[in-house]
Design a protein. Structure first.
Length: 245
């Protein structure tokens, strides 16, 4: 190969025609330039340059991917910052529980021939709201709220066997569950005594839920619109806003 290139370099015209080098004065320079390129290819220099370029391109792509992941994380953090704080959530839960207790006090639910499924739905709403309050109170640091919720738990423990008699089970984590078949099969008078009667179990749970509401309201109202952690607080103007988690 070297002999062929040297021979073409000496003749000039053949090399010029093959590689597009024109003009007699430029022949030597063009030939030596091409020989240099050939030498670089032969030694692998071009290959190294290409590998380096591809490597840098991969690094750039990786950085863009990392940047996108970071931006996604920032977006999630911003979304989480808009969620209401524990006191505000507990405040809503105390109100929901009191509302479900009030619904259970309706005399229409316990009359002869009343729709048993309707009574069950009201009882299930009570169970769900009860569990929601236990959950939000457990995530709150407000002592007055926790004290009232602990009183609710104590009342429930004292009525455990009676509640089981109407299909409501107190679980190991203090939450409740309700069995529809057992509930519908229970004596309506027993259900009313526990859930619908003034001074009964549900009524007294409502008293403590009202106390919990007071402390949750105070804690939620005392915070600024956004706390130090970035979480949303109810704030003194909280009632003017609709907050959804």
């Amino acid at each position: 190969m070297a002999f062929t290139i040297n021979s073409m370099a000496q003749s000039g015209t053949g090399f010029n025609s093959l590689f597009g080098v024109s003009g007699s004065n430029n022949s030597a320079n063009g030939i030596y330039s091409l020989l240099g390129d050939y030498s670089s290819i032969k030694k692998g220099s071009y290959g190294k340059l290409v590998s380096k370029y591809l490597s840098e391109a991969d690094d750039s792509s990786s950085k863009k991917s990392s940047s996108k992941t970071l931006n996604d994380t920032k977006t999630k953090i911003s979304s989480d910052a808009l969620k209401p704080n524990a006191a505000y959530t507990a405040l809503n839960d105390t109100k929901a529980l009191q509302s479900s207790i009030k619904a259970l006090s309706s005399e229409e639910l316990y009359k002869d021939g009343a729709d048993s499924d309707k009574l069950y739905e009201k009882a299930k709403a009570f169970v769900d709201d009860y569990n929601d309050l236990l959950d939000s109170a457990g995530r709150s640091s407000v002592s007055g709220l926790k004290t009232n919720v602990n009183s609710i738990i104590s009342r429930t423990a004292a009525e455990k066997s009676n509640l089981e008699g109407i299909g409501i089970t107190v679980k190991s984590d203090n939450t409740l569950s309700i069995d529809k078949d057992k509930f519908n099969a229970a004596d309506t008078s027993d259900v009313k005594k526990l859930l619908g009667q003034t001074g009964g179990y549900a009524s007294m749970v409502g008293v403590n839920a009202n106390g919990a509401e007071y402390y949750a309201q105070a804690a939620a109202s005392s915070g600024s619109l956004y706390g130090n952690s970035g979480s949303y607080s109810y704030g003194s103007f909280g009632s003017s806003f609709s907050v959804y988690s």
